[in-house]
Design a protein around this ligand. Structure first.
Ligand code: NAP
Length: 254
């Protein structure tokens, strides 16, 4: 992972869960990190913790469903650290979980704005900067839900499926310009999102024993590995941590 030292990364959804763990993992590897989420108090506290350990970190309030917020975050990374080498499109929502006939149209559409349009906004703002640099890596956090239908998750499954197609399209368009893009399907992860899923009681994922969930710091290590050249063979795909083989390839012991 030495090749990541002194690179600059933006991580969306960095106030907790997978995004917060990724910010800490990247900082350990010497990556300068810009933490992005709506809750600035949370991201600023993590950035301060990283700075106290000698790392370089900043935080910015950003709602990924707003293109101007996302474009401002990309600009901030460039002005603070000099480049945008890595973008982790991680911010995501699953709530409210409901069968379609019970769903609230505005809330359903809001999940589209965050999970799908938010990823497009990140790509749209970062790609011209990365193309000018001649290099960059984008990791889109996907899900097994991108390819599996689950009751109560029509908003979540369909937005994750759309993001998988975005990953594939952008890989075709920009691989030749040195921009790497890859999806990560992390399996079930011990975060706030799984607590909400369990509380819903709606589909088989809500019945899983929490002890089987992967820990966020392991997902973070896999994200860092995907940013290295060793993982470049997976570009344009969703790499899955849901199998023993995937975890072994990503260098995870458990
Ligand atoms: P989480 O603990 O609920 O964290 C979600 C993060 O997204 C928070 O930092 C939240 O921060 C941020 N966020 C939500 N709406 C946002 C918005 N409009 N603008 C900016 N940030 C926003 O969830 P997680 O489990 O870490 O999930 C991270 C990603 O992994 C998601 O894309 C999720 O779909 C994916 N994933 C998770 C699992 C799992 O089992 N946990 C499995 C597969 C995939 P604020 O509320 O402060 O904005």
């Amino acid at each position: 992972m030495k090749e990541l030292n002194a690179k600059s990364a933006i991580i969306t959804g960095a106030s907790r869960g997978i995004g917060a763990a990724t910010a800490r993992e990247f900082a350990e590897l010497g990556v300068n990190v810009l933490l992005v989420a709506r809750t600035l108090s949370e991201t600023e506290a993590i950035a301060a913790e990283i700075r106290n350990h000698g790392g370089k970190a900043e935080a910015i309030a950003c709602d990924v469903s707003s293109y101007s917020d996302v474009a401002a975050a990309i600009e901030r990374c460039k002005s603070a650290f000099g480049s945008v080498d890595i973008l982790v499109n991680n911010a995501g929502l699953i709530e409210p979980i409901a069968r379609l006939g019970d769903s609230d149209p505005e809330e359903w559409a809001h999940v589209v704005d965050v999970n799908y349009k938010g990823v497009y906004y990140g790509l749209r703002a970062a790609i011209p900067v990365m193309a000018a640099q001649g290099a960059g890596v984008i990791v889109n956090i996907s899900s097994g839900a991108a390819t599996s239908a689950l009751e109560g998750w029509s908003h979540y499954c369909s937005t994750k499926a759309a993001v998988l197609l975005l990953t594939q399209c952008v890989h075709k368009e920009y691989a030749d310009l040195g921009i790497r893009i890859v999806g990560l399907s992390p399996g079930t992860v011990a975060t706030q999102m799984q607590i909400a899923i369990k509380a819903s009681g709606i589909n088989p994922v809500s019945q899983l024993d929490p002890s089987i969930h992967i820990q966020p710091h392991n997902v973070a290590r896999a994200i860092a590995w995907l940013c290295t050249q060793e993982a470049a063979g997976h570009d344009g795909t969703d790499f899955s941590l849901g199998t023993d083989e995937g975890r072994r390839r990503a260098g995870l012991a458990d």
